[in-house]
Design a protein around this ligand. Structure first.
Ligand code: GLN
Length: 331
């Protein structure tokens, strides 16, 4: 990640955010900092995603006290894509407990692209973690419910609770991905062949494709992240969506695997758990402080939004969010 560390000083985490006025100004500054970056490509392997406006940019910070700061195209809807993986993982942990999903899916990084077949083959058929496609399909297949419709409703309403409003599928994206997701179907079949999928592969991939097609805004996404930062309580609706323990588990997985094969670089440069999606969203979470969401469709080679990386990096430093930054104790 080519980040210019000279643009802002790293401040040391204090346990609380700066005053709301200062946060608002810094969100604006991060937007201004990210805007000139025009590198990267809009995803096109799902044909409908190629229609996104490459110039869109939104930066939103949602504090755990419910105050939300939004700059840019924060009301523009885009599909959640892989970011859904973190929240469906949360729903699976909530329903099944800490150990069940960990043992069935795993918590280690593959070091390989998000849709890798090799990662399954190199690991004796194990899906490895819930943030790559294989592990996400396996996690989605673990969501309880008698029928596909009930399981889908569990996921849609659960993600809506995280966002604090009803989320719906973007039909164009769903149709486009359903017509072109043979690779994910193959991942489902491969997991099935290794005995690692609890349900029918095509049905599991269909539910996974639906969850990826949910439309939301950067403001929704920031509130979802802030819920993970706030012990599972949505800071706007005050609903307890999942437990604090589930949030801790989800954030650990996001930190190690949320940015695909660049997760190590992201943690090294930015120091926050985060999850990205190929439509251009990124959510980063500062535990006890809030969620930061960015939306900009141009992606790096791993599938992470280029402007999103720059804006989040800026805010991590300026808002003193990096989990690893300290300074010597003074008597
Ligand atoms: N739905 C997309 C896929 O399965 C999600 C990928 C992503 O956002 N990285 O390919």
């Amino acid at each position: 990640m080519d980040i210019d560390h000279s643009v802002v000083d790293q401040r040391v985490a204090t346990g609380t955010l700066p005053r709301a006025n200062d946060v608002a100004q810094l969100v604006q500054d991060s937007y201004n900092h990210a805007l000139p970056h025009r590198e990267g490509e809009v995803a096109s392997y799902i044909p409908e995603l190629a229609n996104a406006n490459p110039e869109s940019l939104a930066v939103v910070a949602a504090q755990v006290d419910g105050v939300v700061h939004a700059v840019g195209d924060a009301a523009t809807e885009f599909s959640i894509q892989s970011i859904s993986k973190a929240f469906v993982y949360a729903l699976a942990c909530h329903a099944l407990g800490h150990g069940v999903v960990r043992d069935a899916v795993g918590v280690n990084n593959t070091g390989l692209p998000f849709n890798s077949v090799m990662a399954i083959e190199l690991n004796d058929g194990h899906p490895m973690n819930s943030m790559v496609n294989a592990g996400a399909i396996a996690t989605t297949a673990m969501i309880p419910g008698q029928t596909e419709a009930v399981r889908w409703d569990h996921i849609r309403s659960g993600l809506s609770d995280f966002a604090g409003r009803e989320l719906h599928i973007d039909d164009e994206v769903y149709r486009s991905e359903s017509a072109t997701n043979q690779h994910n179907q193959a991942l489902g079949r491969l997991l099935q062949s290794y005995g690692k999928l609890q349900r029918d592969p095509l049905e599991s991939v269909d539910v996974y494709t639906r969850q990826c097609s949910l439309a939301l805004t950067a403001s929704d996404l920031a509130v979802m992240g802030s819920t993970l930062a706030n012990g599972g309580v949505n800071p706007v609706t005050k609903d307890q969506v999942v437990s604090a323990e589930v949030c801790r588990d989800v954030l650990a997985i996001m930190a190690t695997t949320g940015m695909y094969q660049r997760s190590g670089e992201w943690l090294f440069e930015i120091g926050l758990p985060a999850k990205s999606g190929v439509a251009g969203g990124i959510v980063a979470v500062a535990p006890g402080k809030g969620g930061i969401a960015t939306f900009s469709p141009r992606l790096d080679h791993a599938g992470n939004s280029v402007r999103g990386i720059h804006a989040t990096s800026y805010l991590s430093k300026a808002l003193a969010l990096n989990l690893f930054a300290s300074q010597p104790y003074v008597d």
